[in-house]
Design a binder for this molecule. Structure first.
Ligand code: UD1
Ligand code: UDP
Length: 437
């Protein structure tokens, strides 16, 4: 099988790395397509070196531009590449412009799409990523979701449960595969000025492109009585400079700004932090994986599991809220320890293996390829039903042909739908079709 991987930014390289590794150790062929959205060495090439990855077969080289310019150029270029390479399935990861463009291009060419980290929702359309992930999911055929909660988001949107696979998050694979290497190889500790420090990352458009929010965040940092190490994303550097904040923050004695770090250096830095302060998606996941308390500089998160597990809090961008949350965690051992001990909801580091197995099985049993319709199924409508008998999902759907369970409520709470999920005493929502003769 020829698996095309479309990626464009730092987190996609990291979260796809273990999947690329698995493909390389299998019978399948991997065609790597970089959109070129991230192009600085420390935002792109360094990750190929650190993670021991093959260089991309193609680099579309879109560079920095408006989202529409980026997305349209990727789609046009992908059309040619995907046809020429005769790709069997396209994999995209996460919610960047590469994900939307990759999923849409493949879908239009009738190439199946596997979305890694599907189903995340912040329910905040102010974020460019929210639209990307919703639209990419609409173009996808296989959904690799990190947790049960994310699977339920997709069930709520009417996605067939048979195509949703809870695999954990490949960030755990990346952390586990690289932490020991980072501890052995990274010499970042020699350049860190402080013994104890908070690691800070900041780059989300809704924070750094909003002068008011950016100023509030910077003020909260300037008035903090803890040391901070701040690997600076190029997007943020530009915004700080444009808002005359760069001088202020870079001259503060308790704040050390560095260039963006490679993965091994960054993993080392994170794993030795007292606390993590971030608006990044991937870093929220790494915090709970590495057992470091996390304060998130956002008003919502598409990673709510980190909050309900107790490892992450939302502080928004208000100066007092940010400082108050940090002080509370660092000054109260009980709170600190409970955050450290929060259970990681993202699996055991075998996500990439699971994802490749599911892709191979889906091709073997012909369930993912986009086929010509050979029968007409007439949509009858939805119905809701309380189930009294002792029956599971698979049995119900076998008995009731062309009735597909879309949601299960157990004591009024939606539940993950799997073939073996028992239905007795639960309420289900069903989508009904009828075959036309
Ligand atoms: C992008 C993703 C975001 C992801 C982040 C990961 C979208 C909409 N955004 O945001 O979801 O969390 O990557 O880091 O896809 N720049 C450089 N060098 C680079 C890349 C960017 O200087 O190698 C600067 C440019 O001035 C550019 C700005 O950063 O205009 C923003 O880059 P862009 O790729 O648009 O968005 P990110 O903030 O990186
Ligand atoms: N990261 C890194 N070096 C840095 C900052 C982040 O290697 O200087 C890694 C981090 O470990 C995580 C990923 O980049 O795996 C997160 O990417 P980012 O925060 O840019 O994007 P997001 O996850 O928010 O989309």
């Amino acid at each position: 099988m020829k698996i095309g991987i479309v990626l464009g930014t730092r987190p996609e390289i990291i979260k796809m790395s273990s999947i690329i590794d698995e493909i390389q150790h299998s019978e399948n062929e991997c065609i790597l397509i970089h959109t070129g959205q991230h192009y600085d060495i420390e935002m792109s090439k360094q990750f190929f070196i650190d993670l021991n990855l093959p260089l991309p077969n193609y680099n579309i080289g879109i560079g920095s531009n408006t989202a529409l310019q980026q997305i349209s150029k990727i789609i046009v270029e992908l059309e040619e590449i995907l046809i020429k390479e005769n790709i069997d399935i396209v994999l995209v990861q996460g919610d960047t412009n590469a994900v939307l463009a990759g999923a849409l291009a493949a879908n239009k060419l009738k190439i199946p799409v596997g979305h890694v980290e599907a189903g995340l929702r912040s329910f905040d359309k102010d974020m460019p990523e929210e639209t990307n992930r919703i639209l990419a999911d609409n173009c996808s055929n296989l959904f690799f979701v990190p947790t049960d909660e994310t699977a339920i988001n997709l069930q709520n949107e009417g996605i067939n449960h048979k195509m949703i696979h809870v695999t954990g998050n490949t960030i755990v694979d990346a952390c586990q595969r690289n932490l020991d290497i980072a501890i052995e190889k990274s010499n970042v500790s020699s350049m860190i000025k402080y013994e104890k420090y908070i690691t800070l990352t900041l780059h989300r458009a809704e924070n750094v492109d909003n002068p008011e929010r950016l100023k509030n965040i910077v003020n909260s940092l300037l008035n903090l009585k803890h040391n901070i190490v701040f690997p600076l994303h190029p997007h943020t550097r530009k915004s700080l400079e444009n808002n005359n904040l760069y001088e202020k923050i870079s001259s503060a004695k308790h704040i050390q700004i560095t260039k963006p770090l490679g993965y091994l250096d960054f993993l080392y830095l994170l794993s030795h932090s007292q606390l993590i302060l971030t608006d990044s998606g991937g870093v929220q996941e790494e915090a709970i994986t590495l057992d470091i308390p996390c304060v998130t500089l956002r008003y919502n998160t598409e990673r709510p599991e980190t909050i309900s597990a107790g490892g992450n809090v939302l502080a928004g961008t208000n100066e007092e809220e940010i400082r108050g949350n940090i002080e509370k965690i660092l000054n109260d051992k009980e709170i600190y320890d409970s955050m450290v001990n929060a259970k990681n909801p993202y699996g055991d580091g075998t996500s990439s293996q699971k994802i490749l197995n599911i892709i191979e099985k889906s091709f073997e049993n012909n369930s993912v390829q986009i086929k010509e319709s050979n029968e007409i199924l007439d949509f009858k409508g939805y119905y809701i039903k309380e189930i009294a008998e002792d029956i599971n999902v698979k049995e119900f759907e076998n008995i009731n042909k062309y009735h597909f369970i879309e949601q299960i409520f157990n004591n009024n709470v939606p539940e993950l739908i799997e073939d073996e999920t028992g239905l007795k005493g639960k309420i289900i929502i069903v989508k009904e079709f009828e075959k036309q003769i």
